[in-house]
Ligand binder design. Structure first.
Ligand SMILES: [Zn+2]
Length: 136
């Protein structure tokens, strides 16, 4: 089973986590938690580093804070029409970090380390699903 719709470009041909894509379509940001050691993952992982394989799905609020970002002026061919865009690392209130584009609604002069953001699922033309960081 693969991600048929996740991302502007699909890099994952096989996954045990297709539910992630279905939940994004439903507007949910889902991670996984290891029921043995408690480690929380985003993006979701099917296995934990403790190797117990005892994973459950957990819905995240999407609320996070900006850790850092970069403005990209050059990008891989599939993203060349998007430049320039800002790519950020943010930390969810629940702990994990996420790498995601900042919404084009956010201007570079309002970007501040520590600012509140929310990870929002969105559907693109053609039915593909992605997520981006927006102002809450
Ligand atoms: Zn574990």
């Amino acid at each position: 089973m693969s991600f048929g719709k996740f991302g502007k470009v699909s890099y994952v041909s096989e996954t045990k986590l297709q539910k992630f894509e279905q939940d994004l379509e439903a507007g949910k940001i889902m991670g996984t938690r290891c029921k043995t050691c408690g480690k929380l993952y985003f993006p979701p992982r099917a296995d934990c580093t403790c190797l117990k394989g005892n994973i459950e799905w957990v819905e995240l609020t999407g609320n996070c804070r900006l850790l850092t970002y970069s403005t990209l002026f050059f990008a891989p061919a599939s993203f060349r029409y998007e430049v320039p865009y800002m790519l950020a690392v943010a930390q969810f209130d629940e702990g994990p970090t996420v790498l995601a584009p900042l919404s084009k609604d956010i201007t570079e002069d309002e970007v501040k380390s520590g600012m509140s953001l929310k990870l929002i699922p969105m559907e693109l033309a053609g039915g593909r699903v992605i997520y981006e960081l927006r102002k809450p």
